[in-house]
Structures are given as structure tokens and as C-alpha cells.
Design a protein around this ligand. Structure first.
Ligand SMILES: NC(=O)c1ccc[n+]([C@@H]2O[C@H](COP(=O)([O-])OP(=O)(O)OC[C@H]3O[C@@H](n4cnc5c(N)ncnc54)[C@H](OP(=O)(O)O)[C@@H]3O)[C@@H](O)[C@H]2O)c1
Ligand SMILES: *[C@@H]1O[C@H](CO)[C@@H](O)[C@H](O)[C@H]1NC(C)=O
Ligand SMILES: *[C@@H]1O[C@H](CO)[C@@H](O)[C@H](O)[C@H]1NC(C)=O
Ligand SMILES: CC(=O)N[C@H]1CO[C@H](CO)[C@@H](O)[C@@H]1O
Ligand SMILES: CC(=O)N[C@H]1CO[C@H](CO)[C@@H](O)[C@@H]1O
Length: 321
């Protein structure tokens, strides 16, 4: 197996983040031992950035994979891998964040994460299990208090960088109003069918790096769609360039200045997804991609309810439903 080097970008915290991270959210998950071994393969192939979250159930196998990779000598130090995890909505409260991060670190068996994100601008009542909630369980989200506790995690050295996920422009503006430390990253849905142009422009202006989740439209996953992988324009470009559709989709995101969180648990596809750095799209090809009709895949309507803090998708997504 040949190890590829993935270029890094520098976050506003000074941290260096490999531009492609391996996603670990899927359903159903492989058994933990099998998943750990898949993630060791990924390290072998060249992945040095991994995306997990408290809600994914993959923190433990990821920690195990890092420890195995160290034992195997695939990496020499913990600091050769960049590990992101995320605060789940039930813990989005000032006093619950540090304990939540400590639980995450215990599961990962690590002393720090490289990046800790607020998973959603949403707070759920404590005790809600996983996705078993209704609109009644969504309570107001305290941007200022939540971010203050995230800053404490950074100051304690438990998170080398802190950031957010699924935040629109309005919520980022409110967060920045009282932030001492600006978020390093906003991880959002982005792909050839959902370009996030306005949000990316705003983030660029503020020095916040955008990371793209579901860059392949979560192809063949139950929350996903075929809009990326079966797009005829991408197929046409892929054929003409002798690349895969996934490579065209990922290269396009990279050329927009965003980093990429892509999930594959298959060695051949993992390898293919890293192979996007020694060629480029032509102006004509990029122009064709920018004309693909736009639609958000993942609307998260389950956070919206008549009596809750978000009464419409416009409110949840800051006017960009
Ligand atoms: N912050 C958030 O709210 C949020 C939300 C969603 C996702 N995420 C993160 O982003 C990661 C990526 O998003 P995602 O998992 O939703 O979707 P994705 O990466 O767009 O797509 C994953 C799907 O595409 C397949 N695939 C991967 N490479 C391929 C290739 N070269 N050719 C054909 N098929 C390919 C995978 O199957 P195989 O495994 O069989 O290759 C899997 O079914 C997640 O795993 C998670 O870490 C974050
Ligand atoms: C910022 O802090 C000020 C002073 O405490 C407060 O009045 C204001 O509401 C805060 N802004 C946000 C978005 O929380
Ligand atoms: C097309 O790409 C494949 C895989 O990268 C390679 O093996 C093959 O030689 C390429 N074909 C041409 C015509 O460039
Ligand atoms: C690729 C990218 O957007 N990198 C930027 C991330 O944010 C830092 C801080 O503003 C910039 O210096 C990078 O250029
Ligand atoms: C994640 C996602 O896919 N979002 C957009 C990108 O493309 C999908 C299909 O994969 C579109 O339906 C969405 O607009």
C-alpha cells in the first residue's frame, strides 16, 4: 500500500489541519474491532485527519485505531493525526460542555482533540436519547454561554482548536459578537449540488475555514441522495478526464477553498478519494459545475416546531433553507 501525503491548511488558531478528513458517521456501523481495523487501514493509506462525534458511536474505535497505528509504527506520535469530535445537542449548555469533552477524551483515550465542534446550533433537553426526540425537546440555544465553555476547553488545552457546525451567517455573527476566540471551522453540508456560496464568502472574511460534510451527497446512505454521484454533468467531466465522479466532486470542493470530510470504509475508494491533488479542473469544467441546480439535502426539519426556538427552516438555517 502506498502512503499518500494530504496537504494541510492553517487554521486561525495556528493549528494545521489536513485538507481531507475521513468521515466516520454511518448506519449501521461495523462492529468496533472491525471499524478500528478499517481506520488503521486508512492511516496506512495516508489519512491523518478523522472526523467523529459523541453521537456517532465511533470515538472508541477511532481511539483504538490511533493506538494500534502507534504500536504498528504507522505513526510515531499522537500529534501526527488530527482528530475532530463534536458536542452533542443534549450537552449544549455552559456547565455540561467540559464534562462532555472529558467523556469524549476518555472514549478516544487521548489527552486532547485537535478540533472540538458544536455539532448543531441546537439544544435538546437532557436525557433525550440519540435522535429519539420531538419538537418539544428542543429548548433555546445559548450561543454566548455555550461558546464561553468551548473557549474554556481550548484554554485548558483539551481542544487545540474549537469551532462550530451547521451555523448560518446570522448565528455566526451573534457568536462573534462576544467571542474572545473566533471559531476555527464551520463544518457544513457542501457539495456540487449545494454550494454554500454566501456562507463561504462570510466565513472567508472572518478567517473561519469551511469544511464540507456529505461531499458526495452521502451516496447510498439513508440520509443521502444520488444528486452528486449520479449527476450527468459530473459523469461527463469524469469520463473526459479519466477520473471518477467522486474525484471530480471532491476536487471541485477543494478548488473552492473548503476542506473535505468524506467517508469511505473501502480501501480502494479511500485511496481514490485522496488522489485529487495533482491535477485540476479547467475553467470550463468549473463553470459547468457551478450551473448545477442547487438544493440542500439535509434540512433537519426535526429541529423545527411551532412552540420551539426554531419555528421555520428559515430560522434554523438563517434564511438559506
Ligand atoms: N457536522 C455534521 O452535522 C455532519 C453531518 C453529516 C456528515 N458529517 C461528517 O461528514 C462525513 C461525510 O459525510 P457522509 O458520510 O454523510 O457522506 P459522503 O462522504 O458524502 O458519502 C459517503 C458515501 O459515499 C460512498 N463513497 C465514498 N467514496 C466513494 C467513491 N469514491 N465512489 C463511490 N462511492 C463512494 C461511501 O461508501 P463506502 O464507505 O462503501 O465507500 C458512503 O456510502 C460523515 O461521515 C461525518 O463524519 C457531519
Ligand atoms: C453579548 O454580550 C452582551 C453583554 O453581556 C449581551 O448584552 C449580548 O446579548 C450578548 N450577545 C449575544 C449574541 O449573546
Ligand atoms: C485512466 O486512469 C486509470 C486509473 O487511474 C489508469 O490506470 C489508466 O491508465 C488511465 N487511462 C488513460 C487513457 O489515461
Ligand atoms: C484553505 C483555507 O481557506 N485556508 C484558510 C483557513 O483560514 C486561515 C485563517 O483565516 C487562512 O489563513 C487560510 O488561508
Ligand atoms: C449532501 C447533499 O447531497 N446535499 C446537496 C448536495 O447534493 C445532494 C445530493 O447528494 C443534493 O440533493 C443536495 O442538494
Amino acid at each position: 500500500m502506498e502512503t499518500k501525503r494530504v496537504p494541510e491548511l492553517v487554521l486561525n488558531s495556528g493549528g494545521k489541519m489536513p485538507i481531507i478528513g475521513l468521515g466516520t458517521a454511518t448506519h449501521p456501523l461495523p462492529p468496533p474491532e472491525e471499524l478500528a481495523s478499517i481506520l488503521v487501514d486508512a492511516i496506512h493509506i495516508g489519512y491523518r485527519h478523522f472526523d467523529t462525534a459523541a453521537i456517532y458511536g465511533t470515538e472508541q474505535p477511532l481511539g483504538q485505531a490511533v493506538s494500534q497505528a502507534l504500536n504498528l509504527g504507522l505513526i510515531k506520535n499522537r500529534d501526527e493525526v488530527f482528530i475532530t469530535s463534536k458536542l452533542w445537542n443534549t450537552d449544549a449548555h455552559h456547565d455540561l460542555i467540559l464534562p462532555a469533552l472529558k467523556t469524549t477524551l476518555q472514549k478516544l483515550k487521548l489527552e486532547y482533540v485537535d478540533l472540538y465542534l458544536i455539532h448543531w446550533p441546537v439544544r435538546l433537553k437532557q436525557g433525550v436519547e440519540g435522535f429519539k426526540f420531538t419538537g418539544e425537546d428542543v429548548v433555546p440555544f445559548d450561543i454566548k454561554g455555550t461558546w464561553e465553555a468551548m473557549e474554556d476547553c481550548y484554554r485548558l488545552g483539551l481542544a487545540k482548536s474549537i469551532g462550530v457546525s451547521n451555523f448560518g451567517i446570522k448565528k455566526l455573527t451573534l457568536l462573534l459578537e462576544n467571542a474572545t476566540i473566533p471559531p476555527a471551522v464551520n463544518q457544513v453540508e457542501m457539495n456540487t449540488s449545494w454550494h454554500q456560496g454566501k456562507l463561504r464568502e462570510f466565513c472567508k472574511e472572518k478567517g473561519i475555514n469551511v469544511s464540507a460534510w456529505s461531499p458526495l451527497g452521502a451516496y447510498q446512505v439513508f440520509w443521502g441522495s444520488p444528486a452528486v454521484m449520479e449527476n450527468p454533468i459530473l459523469h461527463e467531466i469524469a469520463e473526459a478526464r479519466n477520473k471518477s465522479v467522486a474525484q471530480i466532486a471532491l476536487r471541485w470542493i477543494y478548488e473552492q477553498g473548503a476542506s473535505i470530510i468524506v467517508k469511505s470504509f473501502n480501501k480502494e475508494r479511500m485511496t481514490q478519494n485522496l488522489d485529487i491533488f495533482d491535477w485540476e479542473l479547467s475553467k470550463e469544467e468549473s463553470d459547468k459545475i457551478s450551473k448545477i441546480p442547487q438544493q440542500r439535502l439535509y434540512k433537519a426539519e426535526f429541529y423545527v416546531s411551532e412552540n420551539g426556538p426554531y419555528k421555520s427552516l428559515e430560522e434554523l438555517w438563517d434564511g438559506d433553507p
